[in-house]
Design a protein around this ligand. Sequence first.
Ligand SMILES: NC(=O)C1=CN([C@@H]2O[C@H](COP(=O)(O)OP(=O)(O)OC[C@H]3O[C@@H](n4cnc5c(N)ncnc54)[C@H](O)[C@@H]3O)[C@@H](O)[C@H]2O)C=CC1
Ligand SMILES: O=C(O)C1=N[C@H](C(=O)O)C[C@H](O)C1
Length: 275
Amino acid sequence: MPDFSVPTPDTAGSDTAGSDTAGSSPLRVAVTGAGGRMGAAAVDAIDGAPDLELVAALGRGDALEEIVRARADVLVDLTVPDSTEEIVHFAVRNGIHAVVGTTGWDESRLAALRDALAGAPGIGVLIAPNFAVGSVLATAFAAKAARFFESVEIIELHHPDKVDAPSGTAARTAALVAEARRAAGTAPSPDATHTGAPGARGADVDGVRVHSVRLRGLVAHQEVLFGSAGETLTIRHDSLDRASFMPGVLLGIRSVPAAPGLTHGLDAFLGLDKA
Ligand SMILES: NC(=O)C1=CN([C@@H]2O[C@H](COP(=O)(O)OP(=O)(O)OC[C@H]3O[C@@H](n4cnc5c(N)ncnc54)[C@H](O)[C@@H]3O)[C@@H](O)[C@H]2O)C=CC1
Ligand SMILES: O=C(O)C1=N[C@H](C(=O)O)C[C@H](O)C1
């Protein structure tokens, strides 16, 4: 597993409100959604990290108070869009940092979380639409390319047990691409469609068409397609196994205590904001 080099909690000068990470104590980590596909993989990854200690693993129906009772420093939330907001606000109210992989964090939820964090100085929350470094890079590359092309569309492809569409990664990519195009004054993608089957052109996310494929055998994949006269550029990323997400989960856990407030996307923790 790649090991992204980051300051440990002991050397980061981190805010450790509500924690006991002084000295060489491992960072105490709780997981919600621990019985799910991602949660189970995260539990194993945390168990295998010598600087981390798994102190609580909660499933649906378990009381959130267990996270406080276990004196967790960081909560990792990998549940469902309907549960994540309540869980993360619970962590913030109780002085616990959070690393959130669950989807469903739209602008209104992010704004409410920023407000909550303003009243919880020193507490950090990472909302990570995708923990895979290749995916984070692909989204950053797409944002860079966005202003140079007339057309852009996104195809995201996932396993059929996924409950939400479009994916959180596609929504984030579309938002960043749209922002870059707006900033550059790029016109909307040309599209003469005015008749046909409903849904055939995918969902309109921030002015970008997003097509969601659900197919047994897939894990998590995305293509961003750009086009101009005579050329296309396709930026594709494939997560072939949930192992791809784990280095990012661990990086988030180790980094978030030193990053008070809201961090949206793993980019800053990977140093991509300086690239
Ligand atoms: N950021 C990233 O890199 C990734 C994010 N995801 C996202 O993570 C989330 C979980 O994905 P999967 O593990 O595939 O789903 P899953 O359905 O396998 O697991 C979700 C688990 O959460 C549990 N759960 C639901 N409400 C709960 C609550 N209130 N308290 C505790 N547990 C609760 C469910 O019982 C289930 O075991 C989804 O939103 C998915 O889109 C998935 C893969 C990567
Ligand atoms: O549900 C999934 O599997 C995934 N969810 C996230 C998303 O919606 O973007 C991240 C990744 O694509 C896998």
